[in-house]
Design a protein around this ligand. Structure first.
Ligand SMILES: [Fe+2]
Ligand SMILES: [Fe+2]
Length: 158
């Protein structure tokens, strides 16, 4: 990441929000919380955005941070056997609209991050492909290396 100050400027308000902080209490994969996973996906997305010269870094970072903003423990039995894999992008986008007034573009980036799992909803923007790929990389790393805590996950300056 070249411009860490820009990343922190965009991410700080979301990371400091109490509803977003709740995700520290929910496990995503292995020992990694949803909060840590979301921050790691956002950092990797930002680095990829720098590489591919994405102009709209604000939408990229906000949507990456909120891509799993579903606000429940998906390991609970009733959630594990639900359609969580398909439905949580919609829930996350709705929560993003409620709590952070996200744009239609940001909602689309969140809505499409599970592709190809959500086969009929591929990313519509370059930022969407980046978040989709960053999420796969981070999820695979967290699932395979279940003993590690994310290296990239240092707290955002507030
Ligand atoms: Fe997700
Ligand atoms: Fe994710």
């Amino acid at each position: 990441m070249k411009d860490a100050a820009l990343f922190d400027t965009i991410a700080a308000a979301i990371c400091a929000h109490p509803r977003f902080s709740e995700s520290r209490g929910y496990i995503q994969h292995g020992k990694v919380s949803v909060y840590e996973h979301s921050l790691e996906v956002a950092r990797l997305s930002f680095s990829m955005g720098e590489l591919f010269k994405i102009a709209d870094m604000k939408s990229l970072v906000r949507a990456a941070l909120l891509h799993d903003f579903f606000c429940y423990d998906w390991h609970r039995p009733e959630k594990m056997w639900s359609l969580h894999g398909w439905t949580h992008p919609v829930v996350a986008a709705e929560n993003g609209r409620t709590e952070f007034n996200i744009s239609d573009k940001e909602a689309s980036l969140i809505r499409t991050h599970m592709w190809p799992y959500t086969l009929l909803h591929p990313p519509k923007y370059r930022e969407g492909w980046i978040i989709c790929l960053a999420d796969k990389v981070c999820s695979l790393s967290e699932t395979v290396c279940r003993w590690r805590k994310p290296k990239l996950c240092i707290p955002v300056k507030e």
